[in-house]
Design a protein around this ligand. Structure first.
Ligand SMILES: *Cc1c(COP(=O)(O)O)cnc(C)c1O
Length: 359
């Protein structure tokens, strides 16, 4: 069987060995005579999966002991609401670094819950860069400062995170587990799984335990972080199959050498494709400014819409999947999350060079 050259933005490619392992266990997980998704979520067998995924995630990301790891549902999009519901107190302001469509959506939802303000924005330049955050010391009324570590649609990424006393909140949906991070710099991190962690259906939330003082009677029970923390993310039925797949992906990350090795390979993959853009004498034009480039989503265009259309058509003929840019900016986008093999990035870089030479 031939695997697709999959550059989808999300849901995205998963490691072949993970899919094969899931397939081997599909009908009979660990000798139970049942598939994982047929097990009770209260069974010992499932508990091993649930806790196994948590332990691996903690180890790989270096999550400190005073942080909780939650497995929730509703995607990163529900966190746009849940985070301010839990953390944006009356009289405080939720500050947002506006770096793209997801950041805008996050702020828009928070504004329905409480007071919000923009801390910085690069919208005036179609989100080509990560803006400087100045005046952080003056955000005295801040409940938190929210940022989007990687901007999936525009193809930009925070290269380092701001030094600030303001509690940091981050949507890391499209670059979690792609590089080493210092979790202790953040009060809360969240990510939908379907880009770097597994299939869709589970959302990872990592938050400081000190944020959880007790049950919040004023919130719907399912939208209170305390509920899920107190019950080890088993208050209601969790997405057991998605969490099992997450565990397999994390085992794969560890086998590959952990985050340092994964980050090194991601860098190589990104360099291959960016050099096809940079060496093309303007044939391909990268969307993001060089100092803000994403190693996960590479966005570029050709000199006309028509040329971009021809490129995408030829790429499709050659077996490349998912290279269309997001509908909001058009052009092309290559998403090269952890599970996209180096060889696929090489093939794309080479295809881009050939296409340029023939046109
Ligand atoms: C994909 C994505 C989302 C949306 O995730 P859902 O799980 O579909 O809600 C939010 N933020 C970022 C940065 C994303 O890449």
């Amino acid at each position: 069987m031939k695997r697709a050259l999959n550059f989808n933005a999300g849901p995205a490619a998963l490691p072949l060995s993970v899919l094969e392992e899931a397939q081997r266990n599909w009908l009979n997980f660990n000798g139970t005579g049942m598939g994982v998704m047929e097990l009770s979520h209260r069974s010992r067998e499932y508990e091993e999966v649930h806790e196994g995924a948590k332990t691996l995630l903690r180890r790989l990301l270096g999550v400190p002991d005073d942080y909780e790891v939650l497995f929730l549902q509703g995607g990163a999009s529900l966190q746009f609401t849940m985070l301010p519901m839990n953390l944006l107190a009356e009289g405080k302001t939720g500050y947002y670094a506006l770096t793209g469509s997801w950041a805008e959506k996050a702020m828009k939802e928070a504004a329905k819950i409480g007071k919000t303000a923009s801390a910085a924005s690069s919208k005036e330049d179609t989100y080509r860069y990560i803006p400087e955050l100045s005046g952080l010391a003056d955000l005295k009324d801040a409940a938190y400062l929210h940022l989007t570590s990687n901007n999936t649609i525009y193809g930009t990424q925070w290269q380092d995170f701001p030094e600030t006393n303001v509690p940091l909140a981050a949507d890391m949906s499209s670059d979690i587990m792609s590089r080493e991070i210092d979790v202790s710099k953040f009060d809360i991190i969240y990510a939908g799984a379907q880009k770097n962690l597994g299939p869709s259906g589970v959302t990872v939330v990592i938050l400081k335990k000190s944020l959880l003082s007790g049950p919040r009677g004023d919130l719907p029970v399912m939208l209170d972080y305390f509920t899920h923390s107190k019950s080890q993310s088993l208050y209601n039925t969790p997405p057991t199959l998605a969490i099992y797949m997450l565990m397999l992906v994390l085992e794969w990350v560890e086998k590959e050498g952990g985050l340092a090795a994964i980050a090194e390979r991601n860098k190589q993959k990104a360099e291959l494709i960016y050099s096809s853009i940079d060496d093309s004498e303007g044939f391909y034009q990268g969307h993001s400014r060089k100092d803000s480039r994403s190693q996960m989503n590479i966005t570029f265009n050709l000199h006309t819409e028509e040329a971009a259309g021809q490129f995408l058509h030829a790429a499709k003929e050659a077996g490349f999947v998912g290279l269309n840019g997001h509908r909001s900016i058009g052009g092309c986008r290559a998403s090269i999350y952890n599970a996209v093999p180096l060889e696929h990035a090489e093939k794309l870089a080479e295809f881009m060079r050939k296409f340029k030479n023939n046109n």
